[in-house]
Design a protein around this ligand. Structure first.
Ligand SMILES: *[C@@H]1O[C@H](CO)[C@@H](O)[C@H](O)[C@H]1NC(C)=O
Ligand SMILES: *[C@@H]1O[C@H](CO)[C@@H](O)[C@H](O)[C@H]1NC(C)=O
Length: 250
């Protein structure tokens, strides 16, 4: 009888200790490093009609660094449009509450430098107090905001934000709508965190007429072929990464 009671007590104490320790550990890691675990990050993309190699590079990158990879079926043909991404992200914020950050990467974009992690390359700056409330990480390109590669925090802010963007679906691109919201609404704009274009997305040669600073350079993280949506095969995309010049007729 006595032995059983003791055993019961020991079990209770152990369980309490484990729970307390686990909580304390969670709290400290949360404070120091809000994205402590890679599985809190998901790469979001679509099957591109001909962009299978691009998907393969995303799969390899995700599994190497322990990120989730969420691949949607695009609702329509133009895989360079980010509109399907906005609806998809909207549904994902609900379905994947454990994900802290979504990295949307267009099917026309290739990961070129897989030694860079999202944490070390992009998210680390957001640990400083002045940036703690930033929920959208995005870059300007020569036209507007570049939506081939951007990060969105899975926060209370993000769902209504995506809904605001979706409400303006029309003749504009997602980048243009996000830009307009930025200028129109200061409170909203405070949630944007801008990074240099090449940090998240270098553009293929001739995607931008002006501005060397938007174009992909060797060693950059990502290379996007915005005009590749219909015309380029995966082969010509990869070929283009070497030549920096894509044959539009392939
Ligand atoms: C991080 O901060 C440094 C210094 O302010 C800045 O040069 C760099 O571009 C930032 N990087 C990102 C990804 O925000
Ligand atoms: C990846 O980026 C790092 C840091 O900028 C750089 O040192 C390295 O050479 C790059 N690697 C490749 C394969 O481009």
């Amino acid at each position: 009888m006595g032995a059983r009671k003791y055993l019961f007590l020991v079990v209770i104490i152990l369980v309490t200790l484990i729970i307390t320790f686990h909580r304390a550990l969670n709290l400290t890691t949360q404070n120091l490093w809000p994205f402590s675990s890679s599985t809190n990050i998901a790469i979001v993309t679509f099957h591109g009609a001909r962009a299978d190699k691009s998907l393969k590079s995303k799969q390899e990158y995700a599994s190497h660094w322990g990120y989730e990879l969420l691949v949607g079926e695009p609702a329509y043909e133009d895989i360079s449009s980010a509109w399907p991404a906005i609806s998809y992200l909207h549904s994902l914020t609900h379905r994947h509450p454990h994900i802290k950050w979504f990295w949307y990467l267009s099917p026309t974009a290739l990961i070129m430098n897989s030694t860079l992690t999202l944490e070390s390359h992009i998210l680390h700056n957001l640990t400083s107090p002045q940036y703690r409330d930033r929920d959208l990480i995005v870059a300007w390109d020569c036209r507007t905001l570049n939506t081939a590669s951007f990060l969105l925090r899975n926060s209370k802010w993000s769902r209504p934000f995506l809904e605001l963007v979706l409400a303006r679906q029309g003749a504009n691109t997602v980048g243009e709508v996000m830009e307009r919201l930025y200028w129109e609404n200061q409170l909203l704009g405070q949630r944007y965190h801008f990074v240099p274009a090449r940090t998240v997305c270098g553009l293929a040669a001739d995607a931008c007429d002006d501005g060397e600073r938007y174009l992909y350079h060797e060693g950059d993280f990502v290379l996007d072929f915005p005009f590749c949506a219909e015309k380029c095969t995966a082969g010509s995309m990869l070929e283009g990464t070497k030549r920096q010049d894509v044959d539009h007729n392939t």
